[in-house]
Design a protein around this ligand. Structure first.
Ligand code: NAD
Length: 256
């Protein structure tokens, strides 16, 4: 079950293709405003067996999503959940962080963090006992990144939800992990002021001297979704060309 496909650039789309190639049947949750794009995409991946609207800001629609899923697929169980959802209102990026209002902060955290808990709650009756859930986070959860603002707080909360849910649901065999992706050009990333400069900086200074792409993240997701990672839960794994392992940027030394 994949939440977060909005376009061909979505990390969730690369993940869907990777999971489909590995033999998964896919069920997508899409946001209505991206409906026409998702409808075009679904024809490119025959492994997509169902797709239903969801707006995680409104818990009713999450419930309705699973009601629809059950109606169309009676008795079907879920092995893998991909949570690739993130959003913050414009003012979270445009205003000084001191003056972002509560409504905007709460909306960002409800959609980008608490939605993991909401989806898990509604998914529980449908989950096979050895299920694997993967969410997507960003390094700003732990270290300051300019302009990321309220989303940093949302990602910190998301990583905490991941650990909390992994510990609470682990006794029933469910695994939850987060992938902290390096910056990738997508619709969501387009909302972050100065994003291109971050891409350039990572390319220049990451150990692999490149940015990661959607396929890099999808590969790690497939591993976390599979039994190859059966002993891994509650973790945050960085897929970022090694950038998070560095402290002082190599570029300050100039060319050697
Ligand atoms: P994207 O814009 O393709 O995906 C974001 C998804 O969130 C979209 O599918 C959108 O429909 C969904 N979404 C937003 N609000 C929603 C709501 N109310 N209800 C349901 N769905 C909603 O961008 P992406 O970069 O592929 O983002 C996927 C995830 O990866 C996000 O959590 C993002 O924060 C995370 N991430 C992205 C980067 C990056 O640089 N692109 C880096 C690290 C982490």
């Amino acid at each position: 079950m994949v939440f977060g496909v909005a376009s061909e650039d979505s990390i969730a789309w690369a993940i869907s293709k990777k999971l489909g190639d590995a033999g998964c049947k896919l069920y997508l949750g899409y946001q209505k405003r991206f409906m026409s794009r998702v409808f075009q995409l679904k024809d490119k991946l025959p492994q997509i067996k169902g797709f239903y609207p969801i707006d995680v800001e409104n818990d009713m629609t999450t419930e309705e999503f699973f009601i629809e899923f059950k109606k169309e697929n009676p008795g079907l169980k879920i092995d893998i959940i991909i949570h690739a959802i993130g959003f913050a209102p414009r003012e979270c990026f445009d205003r000084h962080i001191l003056f972002v209002n509560d409504d905007a902060i709460n909306k960002a955290i409800t959609i980008s963090s608490n939605s993991l808990q909401r989806i898990m709650r509604h998914a529980m009756p449908f989950l096979n006992s050895n299920s694997s859930t993967i969410t997507l986070t960003y390094a700003a959860a732990n270290r300051y990144v300019p302009n990321y603002g309220v989303m940093s707080i949302a990602k910190a909360a998301l990583e905490t939800w991941t650990r909390e849910l992994a510990c609470q649901l682990g006794p029933e065999g469910h695994r939850l992990n987060a992938i902290s992706s390096g910056p990738i050009k997508t619709i969501a990333a387009g909302g972050i002021p100065g994003f291109e400069k971050i891409l350039d900086h990572v390319e220049e200074n990451s150990p692999l001297r490149r940015n990661v792409n959607q396929d890099d993240v999808a590969g790690c997701t497939l591993w976390l979704a599979s039994d190859l990672s059966s002993g891994v839960t509650g973790q945050c794994i960085h897929v970022d060309a090694g950038y998070s392992s560095t402290m002082v940027p190599s570029s300050i030394m100039g060319d050697k």
